[in-house]
Write a protein that binds this ligand. Structure first.
Ligand code: GMT
Length: 376
């Protein structure tokens, strides 16, 4: 098939997922055309069957604001026509589903394509609830040929907010378990781990919903009992505040901020526990990547996280903001090597058996094939 893939190219789970999906589809012989405003972060290697079309937004003095939604619609229209796309798969509803709907309606008379929309999280739970956007999101979901959501939680939330009649398929996120696996990381360990410290790790885009400050508070509690270091991977708006809190709690010498990194499997292999104390998380792709590298997760009982992390098996789940409990869960594992080893194995097995790329991508292929059979 000839597939257009629209996503945010920046540091974030939806763009990562879309890019990995594109790589796998291309490997299976589909032509995949990425249509984004910058090169997606993980589109960093040549691969046959993958093409990249940059969305450029023209400026004009009269237009004070960027016309991304329209530029994207125009680009989708252009690529769909000249590359003869069968399906346009948009990740994150706003504004991608709206742009693709517009392009599809314009192309109806000539060469229409099918529109598949995948919901990832805040496009429904936060941004999509803005009164200005809500009717647009609702309309674009109703007009998509197929809508998918990355967790049962998100599908249910979408129906509650946008209409019980919406048909939504749940296709969970995935990871390539042959790439994301615990490997030899002694060269990294030398730099990251000091004096036999345990390593707690957090990977995110440091937005307020991630509550990165809770990671610092958990570290401060854990360090009262065992030597430990917190390694932050990623960057974003809350980083400075997290740095300030490290100094306030006097743990700054035991926290490493690595910034944005691409060698995630290697870095995750250094971790003993992955922390995800988020306030909102429709799935938690970063937790899945950690588990695939045999790292148990301590996270909040929020959104789709319980669909990923099995409490008291592949990690622990606590109530939002309960840093004391999360610290206790960390200590339970760090002071009990046998339990930690079992949780590591459980974490890896859960991903291999349920979320490996080879198991999930065929669901998307089926959705594309089914959409082609739907009345136009
Ligand atoms: O929805 C967002 O806030 C952004 C989005 C992203 O691009 O990272 O994150 C969401 O999509 C990820 C991939 O499906 C999920 O793993 C994240 O849980 C989800 N984030 C939230 O729900 C806050």
């Amino acid at each position: 098939m000839r597939i257009g893939m629209v996503c945010y190219p920046t540091y974030g789970g939806s763009g990562v997922l879309a890019t990995e999906l594109g790589h796998e589809l291309a490997k299976k012989g589909h032509s995949v055309h990425f249509i984004t405003y910058a090169q997606p972060m993980r589109l960093d290697r040549f691969q046959d069957n993958i093409y990249y079309h940059e969305v450029e937004t023209p400026s004009y003095p009269l237009m004070e604001f960027n016309q991304y939604t329209l530029s994207l619609a125009g680009k989708i229209l252009d690529v769909a026509k000249y590359e003869q796309l069968d399906v346009v798969h948009v990740h994150y509803a706003i504004p991608h589903a709206v742009s693709a709907y517009l392009a599809r309606e314009i192309s109806r008379a000539t060469r229409p394509f099918r529109l598949v929309t995948t919901l990832h999280g805040t496009d429904i739970t936060l941004v999509g609830m803005e009164p200005t956007f809500l009717p647009l999101v609702k309309f674009s979901l109703e007009k998509s040929d197929v809508v998918t959501a990355v967790s049962g939680f998100l599908a249910e939330k979408t129906r509650q907010s946008f209409g019980q009649d919406l048909s939504i398929r749940v296709i969970p996120n995935f990871v390539d378990t042959s790439l994301y696996r615990r490997g030899d990381c002694s060269h990294l360990e030398k730099h990251i781990k000091k004096d036999g410290e345990f390593v707690l790790m957090h990977v995110s885009n440091f937005r307020p919903v991630k509550r990165v400050q809770d990671c610092v508070r958990i570290l401060a509690e854990v360090r009262k009992k065992v030597p430990a270091r917190l390694v932050f991977v990623g960057d974003g708006p809350e980083r400075s505040d997290a740095e300030r809190l490290c100094r306030e709690l006097e743990v700054e010498d035991h926290v490493t901020f690595l910034g944005k990194q691409s060698a995630l499997p290697e870095i995750l292999s250094v971790a003993d526990i992955f922390l995800l104390p988020s306030q909102q998380e429709s799935f938690g792709l970063s937790a899945l990547e950690a588990m695939s590298c045999s790292v148990p997760v301590v996270a909040t009982n929020i959104g789709g996280i319980p669909e990923v992390v099995r409490h008291d098996e592949s990690g622990f789940i606590a109530e939002l903001g309960d840093v004391d409990r999360m610290a206790r869960y960390c200590l339970d594992l760090l002071t009990n090597p046998k339990k930690l080893a079992i949780f590591r194995e459980n974490a890896r097995r859960r991903v291999v058996e349920n979320f490996d790329i080879s198991l999930i991508v065929p669901h998307y292929e089926r959705v594309y094939a089914e959409s082609m059979l739907m009345p136009g």
